[in-house]
Design a protein around this ligand. Structure first.
Ligand code: MLT
Length: 276
């Protein structure tokens, strides 16, 4: 683990491999260990940089820090990512790989720093803002977590995060995800939920995305529906879409080999284009 001191907190991150920089941004309520199977297996084709977003994993927030009224906005997370790249002196545009909430951060990042984006890998994410029903569910989740702690989130989310196949056949993956969720502090969960609730609709941005884009979805994702997936596929010019069978919301953990193969082939093509 490496660390970078930022004004509000110390950001923990992993940085592995050489070449094309790929910034891997985790979802809610997870942390950078989500990307371990990619860091271990794709570092021969790229330089993988995986931060813990503020408040997650080892990017602890001091008890003196006051959560912004709008929660952890996707813009705030995007600015933290940009600060990391600047500190690492990475001046070339990067591949931004975001899963779910990490994808919401990718849209923010693209909006704020288009010159820093070489390509996008959007995993199990959506462009639309929260519907009223989702906002209501988030308010309930905030009340639950404030009332009974993180355990409430683990119990309610876990069945939606992983496919039935994963839950029946990969107990270590189930444990790993439950562990990540359980270790996320209550304030971080509130910060994420509030920030996601307030995020803008990124649909109008989609047809302005002018970089190579790979979309990856789990075939059994219960959180991102087909409408969300089609919206991204149809509106991002030239986007390549891949569905992974037997995977739910976390295809990079649930079907590591297939996921890595798809990302490897996308990165290899980018590398070839850079050499041509
Ligand atoms: C995530 O995995 O980051 C969340 O499920 C996203 C969301 O709740 O919208």
């Amino acid at each position: 683990m490496k660390q970078l001191k930022l004004p509000d907190f110390t950001m923990a991150y992993d940085d592995q491999g050489r070449g094309l920089p790929v910034l891997c941004v985790h979802g809610y309520p997870l942390n950078r260990s989500l990307w371990q199977p990619q860091l271990e297996n794709l570092d021969d084709v790229a330089r993988l940089i995986a931060p813990d977003l503020r408040g997650h994993g080892d990017s602890k927030i001091s008890s003196k820090y006051t959560l912004p009224a709008g929660g952890y906005s996707m813009d705030l997370f995007a600015d933290d990512c940009a600060a990391l790249l600047k500190a690492l002196k990475i001046r070339e545009p990067v591949v931004f790989c975001g899963l779910s909430m990490g994808g919401y951060v990718a849209f923010s990042f693209f909006r704020r720093y288009p010159e820093l984006v070489r390509a996008l890998i959007l995993v199990a994410t959506r462009a639309g803002a929260d519907t009223d029903a989702i906002k209501e569910a988030r308010r309930e989740a905030i009340a639950n977590v404030l009332g009974t702690g993180t355990e409430a989130i683990v119990e309610s989310m876990l069945p939606n995060m992983l496919s039935v196949h994963t839950r029946s056949n990969q107990p270590e993956t189930v444990q790993r995800v439950a562990g990540m969720m359980a270790s996320t502090p209550t304030e971080t969960i509130v910060g994420d939920l509030t920030g996601m609730m307030n995020r803008p609709n990124s649909t109008p941005l989609l047809n302005k995305i002018n970089v190579p884009t790979l979309l990856i979805f789990g075939g059994d994702d219960k959180i991102i529906n087909l409408w969300d997936m089609n919206n991204l596929r149809d509106d991002i010019p030239g986007a390549v879409t891949r569905f992974i069978s037997f995977a739910g919301h976390l295809p990079n953990l649930e079907q590591v080999e297939v996921f890595n193969q798809q990302v490897r082939s996308f990165l290899t093509q980018l590398n070839q284009e850079a050499e041509a």
